[in-house]
Design a protein around this ligand. Structure first.
Ligand code: ADP
Length: 198
């Protein structure tokens, strides 16, 4: 069984690509979605976040105030590292358990911060979705309603394009329309099916 880690900068098209892999019947797991599940009320990771960063992050229903947590860690590398040390081990474990359960020829692990968190060894291949920075700005501002300086800040917190491209086994260039993206994904699907047999 072949495992492929899918990564890319914000707004590069990771979700569009992974959604299409899913429609092709490929099992997909997403680290960001797992991270969400890890901090549901009553979870061990949420208790550790509360102990580490303070009770004010938890509301009366026991729910995490994500915005407040993001603000605490965003510009503070040491706090960010502490948060990662709480969340990443259980996320990684959940991914590894999930991989064990799959029976498809290959599977996709979407890990937006693959390089930033040093997880390059989690899968056999690394697929990078890449596009011009100007398109990232355009697509993210439309999707998330963020302004230019907010997007610049997020881009600065992620590895640069060249680092990502250098670490890639496969690259989907997403500078065209959605039809071109679908086509590129389907070509790669055939490649992965062939690779999984060899
Ligand atoms: P990511 O998951 O990498 O942050 P998304 O897949 O959510 O990126 O893409 C960002 C936004 O841009 C989404 O609204 C998506 O629908 C749109 N998008 C992605 N690729 C294209 C494309 N080739 N043409 C037009 N819109 C696109």
């Amino acid at each position: 069984m072949l495992t492929v880690a899918l990564t890319g900068g914000i707004g590069s098209g990771k979700s569009a690509v992974s959604n299409h892999f899913e429609t092709l019947g490929v099992p997909v797991i997403d680290a960001d979605r797992l991270a969400h599940q890890m901090v549901l009320p009553g979870s061990p990771a949420l208790s550790r976040i509360q102990e580490t960063f303070g009770d004010h992050l938890i509301d009366q229903q026991g729910k995490l105030n994500r915005g407040a947590l993001r603000e605490i860690v965003f510009n503070d590398p040491s706090r960010r590292k502490r948060l990662e040390s709480i969340l990443h081990p259980p996320i990684r474990e959940a991914m590894e358990d999930w991989v064990e359960q799959q029976t498809a020829p290959y599977m996709i692990l979407v890990i937006p911060l693959l390089f930033e968190t040093g997880q390059e060894d989690i899968a056999e291949r690394i697929l990078v979705v890449d596009c011009d920075e100007s398109l990232q700005y355009q697509r993210v501002s439309e999707r998330d309603n963020l302004d230019e300086s907010q997007i610049t800040q997020i881009l600065a917190s992620q590895v640069d394009r060249q680092t990502r491209l250098k670490g890639a086994d496969d690259i989907i260039e997403n500078n065209g329309d959605l039809a071109a993206l679908t086509e590129a994904t389907e070509r790669l699907h055939q490649t992965y099916l062939a690779l999984s047999k060899s």
